[in-house]
Design a protein around this ligand. Sequence first.
Ligand SMILES: [Zn+2]
Length: 143
Amino acid sequence: MTVLNLTEKTEKQIRRAGAEAYPDECCGILLGTEDGDGHVVRSLRPVVNARESGEQYHRFLITAEEMMQAELEARRLGLDIIGFYHSHPDHPAAPSAYDRDHALPFYHYVILRVANGRPEDMTDWRLRLSREAFDAENLKIEP
Ligand SMILES: [Zn+2]
């Protein structure tokens, strides 16, 4: 298990995005750096959910074009794309089968549960190399 450090600022940004997108899912890209046995999120790149509107309550999609733009921004800031965040409106903060099918190993997947419009628990996951399952990571919030 590795550690993902979020600053209080980026944690609040994810919570706000989750509340604002409710009852749909919010999503975005985590930009950051490696740090000892884990990663630190330094900046967020919110992404417009590219899923068709009737599916956004339980699906999110980030386009290849958006990934390319995020790469450019990361390079400009001296950061790497270290993962993704999205919200689960009225569902547990755990990856769905859909999330597993669309995830890649190595990246962090931060999931925020939003219940009745209110941001609740936040978790971090990484996909095993076998792609069979996610492992829960140690998510830390720091000033
Ligand atoms: Zn999900």
